[in-house]
Design a protein around this ligand. Structure first.
Ligand SMILES: [Mg+2]
Ligand SMILES: [Zn+2]
Length: 189
């Protein structure tokens, strides 16, 4: 489900960074659901990471499971407000997010969009085509890497959030900024 923006403009297929949200861009604790915008804490290194990823020629699309909605911990409206807070908070630091997609379902709902199912990427690509060869998924969980595999994309693990418990699956980066530095620069030529 698209959380932001309301409308999308179709363009040519571009390299896209499909980024996980909790534990990758903002702080995450196992078993704790962010249910209010005030609980969203963007990692200090995240704005610089996003600025660099954009500068290197990637579109930035956030892909996030928000089962707290399906489990009854928050409303759909609250979840959208949190995503909006993320986009605005990053923008204040000069970092651009091009779109946000989320799965509001609970694990038992058997939907097609809960990561590692590739439904959110399919939806995003239908809205705005991605150059799949030069796109990638980054996140702090095995499910993000599995998502990459299912979508036929490169996958990178970041060791923030719950990344440490998913380790042993290289390539892994200290945080999103370390990954951003390691990415190829597609903006030149
Ligand atoms: Mg995560
Ligand atoms: Zn879903």
């Amino acid at each position: 489900m698209r959380a932001w923006p309301e409308k999308v403009k179709k363009g040519p297929a571009v390299p896209t960074a499909f980024l996980d949200r909790d534990g990758t861009i903002n702080r995450d604790r196992a078993g704790f659901y962010i249910t209010r915008p005030s609980q969203l804490k963007i990692y200090a290194a995240a704005p610089a990471a996003l600025r660099l990823i954009s500068a290197k020629g990637y579109r930035i699309v956030v892909i996030t499971n928000q089962s707290g909605v399906g489990r009854g911990h928050m409303t759909l409206a609250a979840s959208k407000a949190i995503n909006l807070r993320l986009v605005r908070g990053l923008r204040l630091s000069g970092a651009r997010v091009d779109a946000v997609y989320f799965c509001p379902h609970a694990p038992g709902d058997k939907c097609a969009c809960r990561k590692p199912a590739p439904g959110l990427i399919r939806e995003a690509v239908k809205d705005s085509p991605a150059d799949m060869k030069r796109s990638f998924v980054a996140g702090d969980k095995k499910s993000d890497l599995l998502l990459a595999e299912k979508a036929g994309l490169k996958g990178y693990l970041v060791l923030t959030g719950q990344g440490k418990s998913a380790a042993g699956k290289p390539p892994a980066y200290k945080n999103l900024l370390a990954l951003a530095r390691a990415l190829p620069d597609l903006s030149r030529g």
